[in-house]
Design a protein around this ligand. Sequence first.
Ligand SMILES: Cc1cc2nc3c(=O)[nH]c(=O)nc-3n(C[C@H](O)[C@H](O)[C@H](O)COP(=O)(O)OP(=O)(O)OC[C@H]3O[C@@H](n4cnc5c(N)ncnc54)[C@H](O)[C@@H]3O)c2cc1C
Length: 186
Amino acid sequence: MDAFIEELKSIVGANGVLTGDDVANRPESWPPMGGCQARAIIRPADTKEVSAVLKACHEQGQAVVTHGGVTGLVGGARTAPDDIVVSLERMHATDPVDTVNRTITVEAGVPLQKVQELAEAEGLLFPVDFGARGSAQIGGAISTNAGGNSVIRYGMVREQLLGVEAVLADGTVISSMKDVIKRWAS
Ligand SMILES: Cc1cc2nc3c(=O)[nH]c(=O)nc-3n(C[C@H](O)[C@H](O)[C@H](O)COP(=O)(O)OP(=O)(O)OC[C@H]3O[C@@H](n4cnc5c(N)ncnc54)[C@H](O)[C@@H]3O)c2cc1C
């Protein structure tokens, strides 16, 4: 394994790095049209690790492609052999539903269906819904501003979104998180 991949492993741990067949056996598009090609798939466990990985890649001029559930239909998750994939699959923590403000805070790697189920358990509706609900992640749905079965009535994903914490390509963390509509991000 090359020195740069070892550096990334020191950030995310051995469990956070996939190489070789573990990369090739994964899809990079939907419907699958062959295995993923990449130097490695890096699987950070939290925002701090995402930031450190992207900072290291930025300093090396390393191209990065983010993977959510890889259900996107337009090839946005496709990779080249020299790319690094940053997969959000280990970032699947959820806060309890805030039943007063009717909001929920989840990490980017949480499947859409999980958010629907958490809302439903509190007698609420998370109305974004489409066929890939069990695999598509909230981060991917936000990135693609997905529509789906209820889009005419409830709007696209971004109309359900109060704020995001995001990591820029150079590793900078920015946040517009808030829990009610009528509040500017702090
Ligand atoms: C059966 C099926 C039905 C569908 N029906 C609809 C529909 O009715 N309406 C509709 O609008 N769409 C529909 N879609 C497409 C749907 O919008 C996408 O599949 C979904 O939003 C992508 O989520 P994902 O987690 O799989 O993202 P991926 O496919 O992994 O990624 C999609 C793009 O988002 C980027 N990305 C992913 N996660 C992040 C992140 N955390 N941060 C930054 N960038 C990220 C990737 O780099 C890529 O460019 C359907 C798809 C399928 C397979």
